[in-house]
Design a protein around this ligand. Structure first.
Ligand code: F6P
Length: 352
């Protein structure tokens, strides 16, 4: 199925898979505009991620259909976490749909799950190019993913508000943010909003240590402490029992709620009043930041160029200020976890 079309017109299909995030519509719009304006391509959008490919559920896309979607959150195509490799006949049906519709290139906008499926399908001969998105910012080989900047901005605005009420009441405010396997949102929002403690999945936590730290802070006369905790944070073995989480088709845990446990335990340990706020899906909703709109637009344009160059099995990525191509194999080989130097050099100085 792989063929280099160069400047020749193609039939391009675009889909959004996995959890949604602000900036997906900006990416769809860029794919459609670049394809139709620069290459006279015909573009369709599969609905609800890989589910639409398996079920042959697609809509035509053109510049008119994409008018006004740039600042809109969510995705006009819908999304799902359906994995063709976990649906009986899913791969065969997906390939049959693409052949029947004469699709020359699929632009898959997704996180780790969607991009891993893209890699496997590319290995099976499907012409796929990936665009990385997820508020978690955990896709390997790219500095940023679409949605992360907006999620951090929303979290910072919320934590700034928690600060003033925490100060009035001399309380500890625990703020739970998303971040299944990584603490990018927690660390960035904690640093930007002046948190006292940030708890991330990369480093198992010990609440006795956190409590001691908070108690010392409040003894010194501090009157408010913000504790940011990523939903995927795990206690040090033997320190705290957590209820088991549900698992989805991508073998992901359905998380949310660690903040309440942390707040309850910290209140017991410190005798300070603790309250919890779980930001959850608020971080995934609403209008994208200017940074995410620009990133999504640049990724969309670059993905269409990659498709015309026959660079299938690749993902577009941000490296410094440049958009580059990396293999889907490298992008999905492992998750991009927090950089230890960032935790050690920056966080240890400013989180206190
Ligand atoms: O997309 C990533 C993410 O937002 C994670 O941070 C979170 O654990 C998960 O999605 C939640 O997924 P769902 O919307 O399916 O509950």
């Amino acid at each position: 199925m792989h063929e280099t079309k160069g400047s020749e017109a193609m039939r391009v299909a675009v889909l959004t898979g996995g959890g949604d995030c602000p900036g997906l519509n900006a990416a769809i719009r860029a794919v459609v505009r670049k394809s139709t304006v620069a290459y006279s391509d015909d573009v369709i959008g599969f609905r609800n991620g890989w589910h639409g490919v398996i079920e042959d559920d697609a809509i035509p896309l053109d510049v008119a259909r994409c008018r006004g979607i740039l600042p809109r959150g969510g995705t006009i195509l819908g999304t799902s976490r359906v994995n063709p490799f976990k649906v009986p006949g899913g791969v065969e049906r997906s390939i049959a749909t693409l052949e029947r519709r004469g699709v020359d290139a699929v632009v898959a906008i997704g996180g780790e799950g969607t991009l891993s499926v893209s890699r496997q399908l590319a290995e099976a001969g499907v012409p796929v190019v990936g665009i990385p998105k997820t508020i978690d910012n955990d896709v390997n080989c790219t500095d940023y993913t679409i949605g992360f900047d907006t999620a951090v901005q929303i979290a910072v605005e919320a934590i700034d508000r928690l600060h003033t009420t925490a100060e009035s009441h001399d309380r500890v405010m625990v703020c739970e943010v998303m971040g299944r396997h990584v603490g990018w949102i927690a660390l960035y929002s904690g640093l930007a909003a002046g948190a006292a403690v940030v708890i991330v999945p990369e480093e198992p936590f010990d609440l006795a240590l956190v409590a001691g730290h908070l108690a010392r802070r409040h003894e010194k006369g501090r009157f408010a402490s913000i504790v940011v905790v990523a939903e995927g944070a795990k206690p040090k073995e033997g320190t705290l029992d957590l209820p088991p989480a549900e698992i989805d088709q991508f073998d992901h845990e359905r998380l949310g709620g660690i903040g309440s446990i942390v707040a309850r335990e910290l209140e017991d340990l410190t005798r300070l009043e603790c309250r919890v706020t779980i930001l959850g899906h608020v971080l995934r909703g609403g209008t994208p930041s200017a940074f995410d709109r620009v990133l999504a637009t640049r990724f969309g344009i670059a993905a269409v160029d990659a498709a015309h160059d026959g660079a299938f099995g690749h993902m577009v990525a941000l490296k410094g200020a440049k958009i580059e191509r990396v293999t889907l194999a490298a992008a999905t080989a492992e998750l991009k976890r927090l950089d230890r130097s960032l935790v050690e050099d920056v966080a240890r100085v400013f989180l206190e």
